[in-house]
Design a protein around this ligand. Structure first.
Ligand SMILES: *[C@@H]1O[C@H](CO)[C@@H](O)[C@H](O)[C@H]1NC(C)=O
Ligand SMILES: *[C@@H]1O[C@H](CO)[C@@H](O)[C@H](O)[C@H]1NC(C)=O
Ligand SMILES: *[C@@H]1O[C@H](CO)[C@@H](O)[C@H](O)[C@H]1NC(C)=O
Ligand SMILES: *[C@@H]1O[C@H](CO)[C@@H](O)[C@H](O)[C@H]1NC(C)=O
Length: 353
C-alpha cells in the first residue's frame, strides 16, 4: 500500500465530518428562525420533518437542504397548504423533501461499464439537485480499502491516468486512460451529504484474444519452413466488441500489410461477429524471411510467432509448439524444440554428405 492512501482516506473522512457539521449548524439556525414564526404550517412542517428525521436518517439531510433555502421552503409551505385540505400533509412534504435532495439521475444506483484493454474508460455519475457546498467524489473500493481518486474537480490519485472530466450539466465523469486489467473493479461516486449517497460502477476491462494458430486451431509460438516454401501464418482475433478489420502484420518492425518491396506477400482477413481471422502468405521463403512475425489489433493486443527457415533439401515445413502464446510463457520449451530441431537438421546434413 502506498503511503498517501491512508492519508487521503483520512482526509475524505475529515471532509465529510466538516461538511456535515456545517450543514448541521445551518439546520439549527433554520429551526430557530422558523420557530420564531407563528405560522401554523411551519410548525406542521417542523413536526413532520422531525418525524421524518426519526423515521429515516436518509431524509434527515433532505430537511437540512430544505431549510437552507428560504425560497424553497416557501414553495414547500404553499404545496403543503394546497395538500392540507386533501389530508396527508406529511406525505406531500416527504415527496417534496425527497425530490429536492441531491440524488443520482440513474435511480438504479449502479452501472456496469466495459472498456477494451488500452482504451479510455468513462465512468458517468449524473447528480441532480446538487447543493452549493456539496462535493462529489470518486473512490475506488479495492479489497476492503478505499482509495480516493477525485474530490470535486480535483484529482487526488497518484496515477495520472485517472482524471475528472465534468460534462455539462451534471455529469461528474471519471476518465481512466489506457485501461488495464487491474483497473477492473468497483468505483464509487459519492455525494458528501450525511449519510453519503453512493453510486456504484463496476468497471470491466475486456482483454481481446489475439492468437497465432496452426491448421488445427492450436496456438503456436514458432514455425519452421524450408527455403523456397510458402510461409502461412494464421492469426485469430476474438473477444472484441465487433468485427475488426484492422489487423496489422509485421516482420520485426516492418509492416507487411501493404508491402510491395519484397513481392509474394499477401494478407487475407475474414471478419467474424466478434473478431477476425487473418492469414499471411509469404511465397518463396528465404533466410531473409526468418524472424519474428507479429499480428496486432492495437498497441496492447498482439502476438508473435518465430519463423525459422531451414536451408537445403529438408522435410516439408514443420510446426512446433502448442503452448499458449497469449500467456507469453518462458521460452524454455521453444528453445528446447529449436535445439532438437537443429540437432536433427545437423544429423541429416551429416548423413547426406
Ligand atoms: C452488472 O453486472 C452484474 C453481474 O454481471 C449484474 O448482476 C447486474 O445486474 C449488472 N447491473 C447493471 C446495472 O447492468
Ligand atoms: C525464389 O527466391 C530465389 C532467391 O531467394 C530466386 O532465385 C528464385 O527465382 C525465386 N523463385 C521464385 C519462383 O520466385
Ligand atoms: C522475437 O520474439 C521473442 C519473443 O517472442 C523475443 O524474445 C525476441 O527477442 C524477438 N526477436 C527479435 C529479433 O525481435
Ligand atoms: C497495432 O495495430 C494498430 C492498427 O491495427 C496500429 O495503429 C498500431 O500502430 C499497432 N501498434 C503496434 C505497437 O504495432
Amino acid at each position: 500500500m502506498k503511503p498517501q492512501q491512508p492519508l487521503t482516506t483520512v482526509l475524505v473522512v475529515i471532509f465529510w465530518i466538516v461538511s456535515f457539521s456545517t450543514s448541521h449548524e445551518n439546520d439549527v439556525k433554520g429551526s430557530a428562525s422558523s420557530s420564531s414564526s407563528d405560522d401554523q404550517l411551519n410548525v406542521a412542517f417542523q413536526s413532520s420533518s422531525s418525524a421524518l428525521r426519526s423515521a429515516s436518517s436518509d431524509d434527515y439531510s433532505s430537511s437540512i437542504q430544505q431549510q437552507q433555502q428560504p425560497q424553497q421552503q416557501q414553495d414547500m409551505d404553499e404545496s403543503a397548504s394546497s395538500h392540507s385540505k386533501g389530508g396527508s400533509l406529511s406525505d406531500a412534504t416527504a415527496v417534496n423533501l425527497a425530490e429536492r435532495s441531491p440524488r443520482f439521475e440513474d435511480p438504479s444506483g449502479h452501472a456496469n461499464v466495459t472498456v477494451q484493454l488500452g482504451d479510455t474508460a468513462f465512468l458517468n455519475c449524473r447528480v441532480l439537485d446538487l447543493q452549493d457546498k456539496t462535493q462529489v467524489s470518486w473512490v475506488r473500493r479495492h479489497e476492503q480499502e478505499l482509495h480516493l481518486l477525485t474530490v470535486g474537480m480535483q484529482t487526488y490519485s497518484t496515477d495520472s491516468r485517472f482524471s475528472l472530466h465534468f460534462q455539462h450539466p451534471n455529469d461528474w465523469r471519471l476518465q481512466i486512460k489506457f485501461a488495464r486489467p487491474r483497473d477492473e473493479g468497483i468505483y464509487e461516486c459519492q455525494v458528501s451529504i450525511h449519510p453519503p449517497r453512493i453510486y456504484t460502477v463496476r468497471l470491466i476491462v475486456a482483454v481481446p484474444s489475439v492468437e497465432m494458430v496452426d491448421d488445427h486451431g492450436r496456438v503456436i509460438e514458432e514455425k519452421i519452413y524450408k527455403t523456397g516454401s510458402t510461409i502461412e501464418l494464421k492469426c485469430v482475433v476474438s473477444k472484441v466488441p465487433g468485427p475488426t478489420a484492422n489487423i496489422m502484420w509485421r516482420h520485426g518492425l516492418r509492416i507487411l500489410n501493404y508491402d510491395t518491396s519484397r513481392g509474394g506477400i499477401s494478407v487475407k482477413t475474414d471478419l467474424l461477429p466478434y473478431g477476425a481471422v487473418s492469414r499471411l502468405y509469404i511465397a518463396n521463403a528465404s533466410q531473409r524471411d526468418a524472424g519474428n512475425y507479429t499480428c496486432n489489433i492495437s498497441e496492447s493486443s498482439w502476438t508473435t510467432v518465430v519463423v525459422h527457415i531451414l536451408n537445403g533439401e529438408h522435410p516439408a515445413a514443420m510446426q512446433h509448439g502448442q503452448s499458449s502464446s497469449s500467456e507469453r510463457r518462458p521460452l524454455v520449451i521453444s528453445m528446447l524444440v529449436v535445439v532438437l530441431a537443429s540437432w536433427f537438421f545437423m544429423w541429416k546434413c551429416s548423413l547426406s554428405r
